[in-house]
Design a protein around this ligand. Structure first.
Ligand code: ZN
Length: 218
């Protein structure tokens, strides 16, 4: 008899009671919905704005990680080509573009040891060793070399273009490719890209003339 009483006790009280409790089954989800609705009403921004800001923050962080890697890789490359360990590349971040919008893919302020390149130019130049026949990576490598020519003192744009075409094999090697792919890129650039630029940049016949006088070309 004692055993039967114990079974009754456990069955009635411990197992079934909580699941049948109307407080647990009906009020709890409603309460949490109410709280959620209340919080949404109190939020200053609509949900889509919070998503947009969240996505922007993720993009900024992802870009920052990549840009820091490109800064290091491309700075090392131009230091290698020039023999000057003070030269640096700064790949422009989203915030650089917001604060100071310049359409140029790359530029150097006179007297500075740093060149600023658009983020996509950095990305393409950094990939030159992987895709030396790709138009984007060729352009990235040539723009990097052009800005390097400015950093070592060339101011005239046509002369800077010609120096860049002659120095391209050295940049290619510094980026981990071979000199031949740099020559190919310079030949492609002379034929297909330089003639499309403004008159002051054009350097017709550059590669068929002798190498220009430049501290880059040793
Ligand atoms: Zn220039």
């Amino acid at each position: 008899m004692g055993t039967d009483r114990q079974d009754d006790f456990f069955t009635d009280v411990a197992v079934d009671a909580p699941a049948q409790n109307p407080l647990v089954q009906t009020k709890s989800p409603n309460t949490s919905k109410l709280i959620t609705r209340h919080l949404e009403r109190r939020s200053p921004w609509p949900r889509i704005m919070r998503w947009a800001v969240g996505i922007l923050i993720v993009l900024v962080v992802v870009q920052e990680v990549a840009a820091e890697r490109y800064d290091r890789q491309l700075s090392a490359a131009i230091q290698d080509v020039s023999g000057n360990p003070t030269l640096e590349v700064h790949c422009r971040r989203i915030w650089d573009e917001v604060l100071d919008f310049r359409a140029k893919p790359g530029f150097v302020e006179w007297g500075s040891t740093t060149t600023e390149l658009q983020f996509t130019v950095c990305r393409d130049a950094a990939a030159f060793a992987d895709r030396p026949l790709d138009e984007d990576t060729r352009l990235g490598m040539m723009i990097l070399t052009h800005e390097l020519a400015h950093l070592v003192g060339h101011r005239n744009e046509s002369e800077t273009e010609c120096v860049a075409m002659w120095a391209a094999p050295q940049t290619a090697v510094a980026l981990g490719a071979d000199a031949r792919s740099g020559e190919e890129a310079a030949g492609w650039y002379q034929l297909n890209y330089n003639p499309l630029l403004n008159g002051e940049y054009r350097a017709p016949g550059c590669l068929s003339r002798g190498a220009p006088d430049s501290p880059l070309l040793r």
